[in-house]
Design a protein around this ligand. Structure first.
Ligand code: 2P0
Length: 322
């Protein structure tokens, strides 16, 4: 029994940054994201007794055992729940513009949770799928849901999963500015670990989160792009500030990222509702009104090329393809 399953990527507006339990991927703090339509992963899984080991074929290319690690954490849990021992063939196609340098672990591990549980004959509800995706990659637990989702940190495997917050069927969108001067980055897994262990700013980050979370939920309820953007931008800046206090210090920002952030500030001066957020990489995402995406892109074309600018709207949660 195998079926293609699709999951879209999500971008956190209140960031997940740091683990309480590294083995189970229990986070230090709740996070809140928006699932987007522009980038997604399609995956199918086949548990096959004739296989002697798990196989991962990504965009038609068989992957090495190192890339299988996160995938196998999900497969092993599915095998445990279904009481099967067969190895799996996992086929995955990432629909992310080539060379965009955008992380696909959220959509990838969410699609895998859906496809693997289906292939094993498990019928999991969304909460169970979210937990399963989480053990592959933390941010993936939020991609089970469309629109806005909150990952409630919990204290153990059974209490740590995402919940839907709002379907985002209103005038909010996101524009990705893909910057071209990417340097070799510290992985998010390594970056958050180093920050938790060594940055004196980490405590300050944690202490400010409850206020950010309740404020953004109010802003979402009021459908205020302005407030959502303002809170998200400040939250992202705080997260990135923690990395400068780490030992050794690091940053995901490049000069191109800073140029993009300046462009967003300039958009605000020109009367647009535009705020930015950034993740564990140099790309900048502009939070804006869906109805202003075109005009904002037009303005940004004065500083960036067409291929660097990707428009996104709120996207759906995990689903099986016919
Ligand atoms: C987030 N990031 O909330 C934050 C903001 C990056 C910065 O989740 O170790 O790939 O697999 O749980 O989910 C990226 O980290 O990390 C991430 P693991 P993940 O989106």
């Amino acid at each position: 029994m195998t079926k293609w399953t699709r999951a879209h990527t999500n971008i956190a507006l209140i960031k997940y940054w740091g683990k309480e339990n590294e083995q189970l991927i229990i986070p230090k703090n709740n996070s809140l994201s928006l699932t987007l339509d522009a980038f997604y992963t399609d995956t199918q899984v086949d548990f096959d007794d004739s296989l002697s080991e798990d196989l991962l074929i990504l965009d038609g290319v068989e992957q090495d055992t190192a890339s299988l690690k996160k995938v196998q954490r999900v497969l092993n849990e599915v095998r445990r729940q279904a009481g099967i021992e067969s190895k799996a063939r996992v086929e995955s196609i990432n629909h992310v513009p080539t060379a965009a340098g955008l992380a696909s672990s959220a959509s990838g591990l969410a699609a895998l949770a859906g496809a693997a549980s289906y292939a094993a004959g498990l019928s999991l509800n969304k909460e169970e799928l979210s937990k399963l995706a989480r053990i592959g990659s933390g941010s993936a637990c939020r991609s089970i849901f469309g629109g806005f989702a909150e990952w409630v940190k919990g204290t153990d495997h059974d209490s740590s999963f995402a919940v839907p917050v709002d379907d985002a069927k209103w005038d909010i969108g996101m524009l990705f500015i893909v910057v071209n001067d990417a340097k070799k980055e510290v992985s998010s897994r390594e970056g958050m670990k180093r920050t938790v262990e060594t940055s004196p700013f980490y405590e300050g980050w944690l202490q400010s989160l409850d206020a950010d979370l309740s404020a953004i939920k109010e802003a979402i309820k009021g459908k205020s792009v302005e407030k959502v953007g303002e809170i998200a931008e400040r939250n992202a800046l705080k997260m990135h500030a923690t990395t400068l206090g780490a030992n050794p210090p690091f940053t995901y920002w490049t000069s191109e990222s800073m140029k993009a952030m300046d462009a967003v500030r300039e958009l605000r001066k020109r009367g647009f509702t535009a705020y930015f957020t950034m993740d564990a990489g140099p790309n900048v995402k502009v939070i804006c009104r869906q109805s202003e995406l075109e005009q904002i892109k037009y303005y940004l074309l004065t500083s960036f090329s067409e291929s660097q600018l990707i428009e996104a709207k709120p996207g759906p949660g995990l689903y099986l393809l016919d």
